[in-house]
Design a protein around this ligand. Sequence first.
Ligand SMILES: [Fe+2]
Ligand SMILES: [Fe+2]
Length: 244
Amino acid sequence: MSGGEAVATEADFSCLSMPQAQGLGAVQARLVDRIKRAALRRLHRSPRGERLLLRMYLAGEDATERTLLEDLLPQSPPWLERQVQQHLADERRHVTLFADALRGLGDDGSVRLEPDWLSRRKIRRWQRLAHRYAAHFEHGLLVPAYATGLCAEQMAQRVLSRHCAVIGTGHELYPLLSRVLADEKAHVRLCENTLRRIVAPHESVHLDLLLKDIRAVDASFGVTGALAMYIAGWVLGGVGSAAR
Ligand SMILES: [Fe+2]
Ligand SMILES: [Fe+2]
């Protein structure tokens, strides 16, 4: 999708909120949610499945920490540095929390993990979008970086909300997941507020298009990711609590 020709007459930031899926998109979103809920229930049947879930979270938090450190911090103006440092501290705490939880389940959570190949492909496509859109903004690549960050934090909020709902408040992992969820909700607000500050009113139309493209990339991996998770659940959780 191109940057478009339209010029906004006033700032419209309604694009920051997650849009309600319509039509086929809504059907796909419901399907992905149902498959992932089933996969979560299966993975929780075995310690190996639970360790895989925690490792996936650890890889995600680790990748977020690296993105903040390597991409966002170097290009942040001085007035944003403190905020990025605080965000970085939160994500580092999440890495520690998931690594500790993994060790509690008998895994060595100290190993630095790479995102899986699906996530790496998604990140590469997001990076290409960032470079395509950067010229539309006075703050250049900083805007696509925060737009991608917003979508990633919204995704984390969606994933953790689903997970908390599936396991319920009585589960031993609930305090950890709900604590991280509260932070990710705060990060969504932080990314939204930052985008309102760094995107000029006449640039908001390009932000709208950029966010649509970022979310389209995310959605294009939805079914594949859900099926991969379900297959992992079937393999690791299928034989019940005897699997270790
Ligand atoms: Fe996090
Ligand atoms: Fe976050």
